[in-house]
Design a protein. Structure first.
Length: 168
């Protein structure tokens, strides 16, 4: 199943707020690759729209992996508008309605905000390989894909972030 992962690995991901990230050309996880391919196909005629294209049948199988992020305060922070169950489990609580700055250390927040702003500005997706070290097991690895989409009123660009834990 593309959205499943081992409970022990999940606990490690959700206990560590700031994974180490590396920018990648392509995702490693098959579900992440499928999600990105679906996104590209659906957006071939222009940027997708929150509330029209997301959520939709085309993305239903990925909703647990997704987070919708709205820039606020003239781009100095972001509001988590919607967090799928994988994102909620990462933080151990509902994070919809919270600020992105409250979920990360200041340094990690600054990096994540810059990535999201770049994607909103260029439309070029960012693919990150995330790693969470574990004391008693190999590092947990996941893909994070940052995309842009129109806000519901098509008056601003927001981000859609997909998080996919590698199987294995």
């Amino acid at each position: 199943m593309p959205n499943s992962f081992a409970p022990k690995s999940a606990l490690a991901l959700f206990a560590t707020p700031d994974p180490e990230y590396q920018t990648r050309v392509d995702a490693a996880d098959q579900a992440a690759k499928a999600f990105l391919a679906r996104w590209v196909e659906q957006a071939k005629d222009g940027d997708l729209v929150i509330g029209e294209d997301i959520p939709s049948r085309a993305f239903a199988r990925y909703l647990a992996n997704l987070m919708i992020v709205e820039p606020i305060e003239e781009g100095r922070d972001c509001l988590i508008r919607l967090a799928g169950s994988l994102v909620r489990r990462r933080y151990g609580r509902e994070v919809s309605g919270e600020r992105l700055s409250a979920l990360f250390s200041p340094a990690a927040f600054k990096q994540n905000l810059a990535r999201m702003q770049a994607v909103c500005g260029t439309g070029i997706p960012v693919i990150l390989a995330g790693t969470v070290p574990q004391d008693d097991a190999p590092p947990l690895q996941f893909d994070a894909i940052i995309l842009r989409a129109w806000a519901p009123k098509k008056d601003a660009m927001w981000n859609v972030v997909g998080i996919f834990v590698h199987a294995g």
